[in-house]
Design a binder for this molecule. Sequence first.
Ligand SMILES: O=P(O)(O)OC[C@H]1O[C@H](OP(=O)(O)OP(=O)(O)O)[C@H](O)[C@@H]1O
Ligand SMILES: O=c1cc[nH]c(=O)[nH]1
Ligand SMILES: [Mg+2]
Length: 222
Amino acid sequence: MKRDERWEGVYSFEDSPFIMEILTELRDERTGPIAFRKGLVKLGRYMAYELTKTMEIEKIPIKTPLEETEGTLIKDRRNVIIITVLRAAIPLMEGLIKVLDHSRVGIVSASRSKAPKFEIEMKYVKVPQVKPDDTVILADPMIATGSTLIKVLDEVKKYGNAKRYVIVGVLAAPEGISRIKEAHPDVEIFVAAIDRELNEKGYILPGLGDAGDRAFGAPIKI
Ligand SMILES: O=P(O)(O)OC[C@H]1O[C@H](OP(=O)(O)OP(=O)(O)O)[C@H](O)[C@@H]1O
Ligand SMILES: O=c1cc[nH]c(=O)[nH]1
Ligand SMILES: [Mg+2]
């Protein structure tokens, strides 16, 4: 995990060869939906494991069959809410919850309209009560313009004040991170990698394409 000097509280995993290998498979245009979904699940699992290193722990007394000793409890792992941003975050959440298995889960839908408006339509919002001890993880693989996550954060913050708001994603564009940090300076961002830029259609470059379509197939309009 490596802090990015350009912002406060923004981290990438570019120093982790294993996470980079999974990302390489996701980027590769030859990777089909089965391997793509599996890759997102794996990333979710390893990124959640890395995230536990930033959580508050407690030393607890325990008894082995032979003697008393000290054990470790990750306190914050008991108080996690994972907000899953449909569609592309579904496999990422599946991985996150393998490590953060006590998590409550919120589901929100968010669909971004085409360039240049990039309007976000949020139709479905089911979020549990947020309590002061909670770490709210916003799972969304792609941070492009940042509009989706700004809107999701605006909404989720109506459900109570959390101890931490943490975005877990796969790729981010610098402009998206800057916009999110401007609107929500308290949010921490953990992504596998920070890419170069957005193209005119709002896609991350070099990126991995449309994460939702690659995981689930392109929808058709009827
Ligand atoms: O940072 P932004 O510019 O807002 O873009 C990022 C959003 O775009 C994608 O969702 P999309 O709207 O394609 O929906 P999908 O997951 O259903 O494909 C992605 O999963 C993010 O939610
Ligand atoms: O590159 C991008 C940008 C937004 N959404 C995606 O799925 N990919
Ligand atoms: Mg999409």
